[in-house]
Design a protein around this ligand. Structure first.
Ligand SMILES: Nc1ncnc2c1ncn2[C@@H]1O[C@H](COP(=O)(O)OP(=O)(O)OP(=O)(O)O)[C@@H](O)[C@H]1O
Length: 271
């Protein structure tokens, strides 16, 4: 039996009412799917609607028309199958690293002793076993991101929705976090929808790279399968000939949209 599709957006149009009463159609008739266990990256120019699509998959936004289905069921309200990781981490500053991770289970009713034991294991698996009792302000940006990743993964969501999760990190830390994410994902393949503006990061991580056009009325204009072998080291895979060939092919489509996106991001408009 085939697994149901983890995320399926069909003909999704998303519009926002602006303060002056006009309607801005950010995304128009977008089709996007993420299969069970698949890693899909969305890349597009600034302001095109990447986060908007992710928010539809999260159930935070309802499309004006079209449908959102999660494991073949229409999405109504929040997507309870998903865990989210955003650019800004959502750690509680007054809780230690281990308490920040354990909270993910405690809010589901798990006994504190068990939650702490499992949080300790997750901190170890993100390489922070020795930092359990530090507060977020005592951790580096990369370490906080590891805690945030453990906080999401401890709840064992079937889908991971990630919006520029490594955006604020320096280049080396981004690569280390990318490799950590791939290692954890390989161990337990969840469906991943990963938003990034960085095409190299998208190709290095994903099974498929989906490209959006510049808005308004952004659409999915390309969908490439990344056949680079796994396991991948995301710094090394960038040196490969096939990586460069695919990058060139996708960039040829993306570059015009990036120019349009920059031009449009300096204007505002309704459509
Ligand atoms: N609540 C809102 N009200 C009005 N317009 C919005 C709202 N949210 C997003 N938009 C507009 O919708 C478009 C898409 O926004 P979105 O944040 O999805 O883009 P993005 O591709 O994630 O951008 P970036 O790469 O810059 O993070 C943008 O033009 C943005 O200004």
């Amino acid at each position: 039996m085939t697994e149901p599709t983890a995320v399926a957006l069909d003909d999704a149009t998303v519009a926002f009412r602006l303060a002056d009463g006009r309607v801005y159609t950010a995304v128009e008739k977008a089709d996007l799917s993420v299969a069970h266990g698949e890693f899909v990256a969305i890349v597009g120019p600034t302001g095109c609607g990447k986060s908007t699509l992710l928010n539809v998959a999260a159930g935070l936004l309802r499309p004006a028309s079209g449908t959102a289905r999660i494991f073949d069921r229409p999405l109504a309200g929040l997507n309870r199958e998903a865990g989210y990781l955003f650019q800004a981490d959502a750690l509680f500053p007054w809780k230690t690293a281990i308490d920040n991770v354990a909270i993910g289970l405690e809010i589901k009713g798990t006994a504190r002793s068990e939650a702490l034991a499992r949080a300790g294991k997750w901190l170890a698996s993100v390489g922070l076993g020795a930092f359990a009792n530090r507060y977020p302000h005592m951790l580096s940006g990369g370490q906080r991101k590891r805690v945030a990743l453990a906080q999401v993964l401890i709840r064992d969501p079937k889908i991971l929705l990630m919006d520029e999760p490594f955006g604020p990190l320096d280049a080396q830390t981004r690569q280390i976090m990318g490799n950590l994410l791939l290692e954890l994902w390989t161990a337990d393949r969840k469906a991943v929808l990963f938003v990034t503006h960085d095409l190299e990061e998208a190709i290095a991580l994903a099974d498929r790279v989906v490209i959006m056009s510049a808005g308004p009325g952004a659409r999915i204009i390309g969908d490439w399968r990344v056949t680079l072998p796994r396991p991948r080291d995301i710094s090394e895979v960038r040196m490969e000939k096939d990586f460069h060939a695919l990058h060139k092919e996708i960039w040829n489509v993306l570059k015009d949209q990036v120019m349009k996106g920059y031009a449009q991001s300096s204007q505002s408009g309704a459509a």
